[in-house]
Design a protein around this ligand. Sequence first.
Ligand code: PMP
Ligand code: GLU
Length: 401
Amino acid sequence: MPKELKPISKVAAQVQASTTIVIDSMFKEMKAAGEDVVGFGAGEPDFPTPEHIKQAGISAIEGNKTKYTPAAGMMELRKAACYRLEQDFGLKYEPQSVVVASGAKHAIYIALMVLCDPGDEVVIAAPYWLSYSEMVKQASAVPVIIAADEERQFKITAEQLERAITDKTKVFMLNSPSNPTGMVYSRDELEAIAEVCVRHNIYVIADDIYANLVYDGIEYTSIAALNEEIKRRCIVINGVSKSYAMTGWRIGYACAEPFIAKAMSNYLSHSTSAPSTISQIAAIEALNGPQEDIEEMRKAFQARRDHLVERMNKIEGISCIKPQGAFYVMMNMKKFIGKTMYGEVINSDSDFARLFLEKGKVATVPCESFAAPGFVRWSYATSMSDINKGLDRLEQFIKNA
Ligand code: PMP
Ligand code: GLU
């Protein structure tokens, strides 16, 4: 008998696979196998990366810009991030406050690694992007979930945050516009949240990755732009994946007080080092170059949202509220819980989403892992014709059940 191997670390044993990535992989495999499946799974723009950005990447390769860069990223990219944040959101940072990472996900991960000691608490507002809780666990910290329901537009209040704070609280994770709800916190709501964070001296990881994707002319406010005291406590996360249709290039960044940025850069220098030089050069072009393409994409997302929400709310038993940003809709499917569909009792949103993929050939993400049971997330970063196809199939799926 071969000797049993020692187990993986206790921290690693607690970490779950990412449902969004698992579903996206399943969808891509089914499609590759020739199945006629429609995907609303991963939040990934269907648009190609704009031409001028692709050309910057090609020129980087041809010009032999293929060597290592500093761990915190190229100075030109850090300056470009500062320029864009100031232009778009009135956020003022110096390049020494900016750290480039391999995607916004990685920037959040490194921020948590640098901020948290074992046992520290990180407050997360639910529904939340499922990677937050797993990243907190990877940092040996403890996720503390506070929930906001659909009646409250999926937004938590400053009072709720205050009640969740203990002497172990180190960080509050804020994501506006939110994945998965698409909700955007107003300036007043942020003022109240910021006041609590400053008074209790806790950090805020402000995940602003969808900040350029807000609709109906509403004004976007980054919490870090409110005042100097909250800004000192913020680690602002942004990147090029969503707004510039650059998910596969893997460039995100964090802005923080220089001592935090330095610690993050030290971590990076012993793990991934900087991301691909070619991607960094393309990201410089994205941030400094013409912004018309991103405005075109934003308008297309808004039109898709309007159509999806309108049609979805006409389907019997299903409903959704209208999100103000990002590219997700939370479909409320609670009326189907306990019902039998295709000979199976639906006990959860996961059962519904699995059957919808198997029988309806539509990939969506059940929201149990976003701490929002009873909802299924649709990403509308896909074509209008696929949106119609998906909704036709939803109608059929329910009718034939
Ligand atoms: N934050 C949120 C809320 C997201 O939805 C995503 C999507 N992946 C990310 C961060 C990470 O983005 P990136 O692809 O740049 O890692
Ligand atoms: N953030 C996107 C999503 O929620 C991409 C997949 C992921 O990284 O989780 O679908």
